[in-house]
Design a protein around this ligand. Structure first.
Ligand SMILES: [Zn+2]
Length: 415
């Protein structure tokens, strides 16, 4: 396990924070520091076809070691970390034989990782945890995934008695800013399906995510001296308020879970003459998703009708854009790829936790680009902040799952 710890630490101590405001790919040049290290490691391990393109996408191949035909599969993770919290100067702490108590991340600043707030910690009593020093994120999202994929490939190279087909690995930049799949060359990758190693808790297996859209709505107003405003003034801020009130009150993130969709107001700023409202729309069900988008347009149309005579033109301009779709639609026709991951976990004594993702993954975009791509646990918790941690045992189990999936793919008869 020390080998896993060393590899993980070598990755997280390289700052790879992405930047949503940058137009380039990768969004930050420093991400290439890790991308290039990964290229060297894949070559050193003995993978073939190791490539990095000008956008920073890294790919490599573990060739098949059997004579019969086996589908080519892939494993994918991302090497950037979230801009939500700094990833500069990550100084990991290793807690061996965790006793189930509070972990002081930073005594000076009184930052404590406590099971009384983060109950999941108690799942890992007696294990080895890697935490932050309270001042940065850890970057287990998704450097745990990188560590697991590289280590599994290394293990398979060292254990030729384990039979497997051709395996492709792919590492992407900029996942955290929603662009990880943008320049992923699915054809060059050449796998029939893949798994992102980017989930959280041990056992997680996900093949459903939200359908997602974003709406930008502009409200126009008419400024008149408030003392003489009767019947003349139109206050765009109040119209925006009407709009929000016309949305279903309880269908919001803080009141929904599981398969329940929502509308989420993410931005609102305005003046009398112009107000901008931003919201996101999420639903796992495609028909309900379409209905939610239609509702936004209907509310806009109603407002326009109400003010048509007074304003003379549309007072409310709604732009609704789809962002990504539920991968279920693409995974379901080849559901055996989920079964395969589930079987791998069960054979390793891991209870699969199959649940819908209340968000998106690179895998959902890749699935629509022709690479069906469920998501498997990478082991970390509390992503994107100073309380992030990962149990080393979970990383080891993820390595085992990758190896087992490779093995099962070579021995399963697919239709
Ligand atoms: Zn991630």
């Amino acid at each position: 396990m020390q080998h896993l710890i060393d590899r993980f630490i070598s990755y997280v101590t390289i700052d790879t924070e992405s930047d949503a405001h940058s137009p380039t790919t990768p969004s930050t040049a420093k991400q290439l520091d890790l991308a290039n290290l990964l290229v060297h490691e894949l070559q050193a391990i003995g993978l073939t076809e190791v490539t990095i393109d000008e956008k920073g996408y890294v790919m490599g191949t573990l060739p098949s070691n059997v004579d019969h035909e086996v589908p080519t599969i892939g494993f994918v993770s991302h090497y950037d970390t979230s801009p939500d919290f700094t990833g500069k100067g990550v100084s990991p702490q290793i807690v061996r034989n965790y006793d189930g108590g509070d972990i002081v991340l930073n005594a000076e600043k009184n930052i404590v990782l406590s099971p009384s707030y983060f109950e999941d910690l108690l799942l890992y009593k007696g294990q080895t945890l890697i935490t932050t020093n309270g001042l940065t994120l850890l970057g287990a999202d998704d450097k745990a995934g990188l560590t697991e994929i590289v280590s599994a490939m290394e293990y398979l190279v060292q254990h030729p008695e384990i039979k497997h087909g051709k395996i492709r690995v792919g590492f992407t930049p900029d996942e955290e800013i929603g662009r990880g799949a943008d320049f992923f060359d699915v054809e060059q990758f050449g796998a029939q399906w893949a798994y992102t190693m980017d989930g959280s808790q041990l056992g997680e297996l996900e093949y459903e995510n939200f359908n997602a859209a974003g709406a930008k709505i502009t409200f126009k107003g008419k400024s008149v001296h408030p003392g003489y405003a009767k019947g003349k003034m139109i206050n765009s801020m109040l119209i925006a308020n009407d709009f929000i009130n016309a949305l279903p009150k309880h269908e919001i993130p803080q009141e929904t879970e599981g398969y329940e969709g929502f509308f989420h107001v993410t931005g609102l700023n305005g003046s009398l003459e112009e107000t901008h409202l931003e919201l996101i729309i999420r639903d796992h069900d495609r028909a309900k998703f379409e209905a939610r988008k239609a509702l936004v347009l209907q509310i806009s149309a109603d407002i326009n009708a109400r003010f048509a005579a007074q304003f003379g033109e549309d007072i409310c301009i709604a732009e609704v854009k789809d962002q990504y779709y539920n991968m279920r639609e693409k995974v379901e026709p080849m559901y055996f790829i989920v079964d395969l991951a589930e079987q791998a976990m069960r054979e390793l004594g891991i209870e699969p936790l199959i649940k819908p993702i209340r968000g998106g993954t690179d895998g959902s975009r890749l699935s629509y680009m022709g690479l069906p791509c469920p998501n498997i646990f990478a082991g970390g918790h509390n992503f994107h902040g100073k309380y992030e941690y990962v149990p080393v045992e979970s990383m080891q189990k993820a390595v085992d799952v990758i190896v087992k999936i490779a093995e099962l793919t070579a021995t399963t008869k697919f239709q």
